[in-house]
Design a protein around this ligand. Structure first.
Ligand SMILES: [Zn+2]
Length: 292
């Protein structure tokens, strides 16, 4: 088991997706990772979406009578393919389906199903859609099974991933595609970062009532060790600063932070918003300055 304490001590309960043909379980891992387990309730077969390590997921499956039969990797960072590596070391990766990006095949241990944009991954009889959502790193994939989105480190609760490979235009395009999914789509991202992201969101859009309500709710949930995830695409559209280029308040605040930089188009606004979060000015915002 990981020696690191999980920030989420009371995971979100399992929920049904795809008309009940699949369940999604949440397993806290490492410090702030969330492993999502797709479960076929008819057979007990389970597919883990990423994972920094294997122990917690394996123990969870054993405790719940589930068989881990597949891994779906969103990208090749160590806290996502760590589960592949650990299972491989234990000789337990052979025989598992491993789905990941064809374009980064060499960096995905045990890859059996290289996929890319537009491909389909069938699990539990449900056809999942593969989307290439780059910007965090090249070869980043997201998976959509019914009304659940597994988006790795692309879209976070009230945030988005760092632009390691970028460029900003690519991340912006990826986020816009995810934001166009149906509003009820559950956002199952790979880290519980929401509260920090909301602090930044409030620093740039303090007149957003939906954002204020989300902050109040998230603070209450996190104070109990709960998870703010999954969120929904509708909630992200309303409160995630990286999808809020249409907000006059956000645009004005971001533009004011970068005098002389172009801040007109959605892509320019996104680019400067991401750069402003990276500057970390918002860390100075005290809890007392937040709603709730
Ligand atoms: Zn990553």
């Amino acid at each position: 088991m990981s020696a690191v304490a999980h920030v989420v001590t009371r995971p979100h309960p399992p929920f049904a997706v795809a008309g009940g043909r699949l369940e999604v379980h949440q397993i806290p891992a490492a410090r702030d990772n969330l492993v999502w387990l797709l479960v076929d309730p008819a057979t007990g077969a389970a597919a883990a979406v990423d994972g920094p390590d294997a122990a917690g997921t394996v123990a969870y499956c054993e405790a719940h009578g589930l068989r881990l039969t597949a891994i779906l990797n969103t990208h090749v960072h160590g806290d996502h393919v760590g589960i592949n590596r650990e299972l491989a070391r234990q000789g337990r990766l052979a025989g598992l389906r491993v789905v990941g990006a064809a374009s980064t095949a060499a960096a995905i241990p045990g890859l059996t199903e290289p996929v890319d944009e537009g491909d389909t991954v069938v699990f539990g009889g449900v056809a999942g859609r593969v989307m290439r959502t780059e910007g965090h790193v090249d070869g980043h994939l997201s998976y959509v099974f019914g009304d659940a989105l597994f988006c790795g480190d692309t879209l976070f609760g009230a945030g988005c991933g760092y632009l390691f490979d970028g460029p900003p235009a690519k991340m912006h395009a990826s986020l816009e595609r995810l934001a166009a999914l149906p509003g009820e789509t559950r956002v199952c991202c790979a880290h519980e970062y929401t509260l920090d992201n909301l602090r930044f969101a409030w620093s740039v859009e303090p007149d957003n009532a939906a954002l204020a309500a989300r902050i109040v709710a998230a603070r209450a949930v996190r104070a109990e060790g709960g998870a703010t995830l999954p969120s929904t695409i509708a909630l992200e559209r309303d409160t995630n600063p990286f999808l809020r280029h249409g907000s006059a308040t956000l645009r004005a605040n971001v533009a004011a932070a970068w005098p002389g930089r172009p801040c007109e188009t959605p892509e320019e606004i996104f680019t400067l918003t991401r750069a402003l979060k990276d500057r970390k000015d918002y860390k100075a915002l005290a809890d007392a300055d937040l709603p709730g």
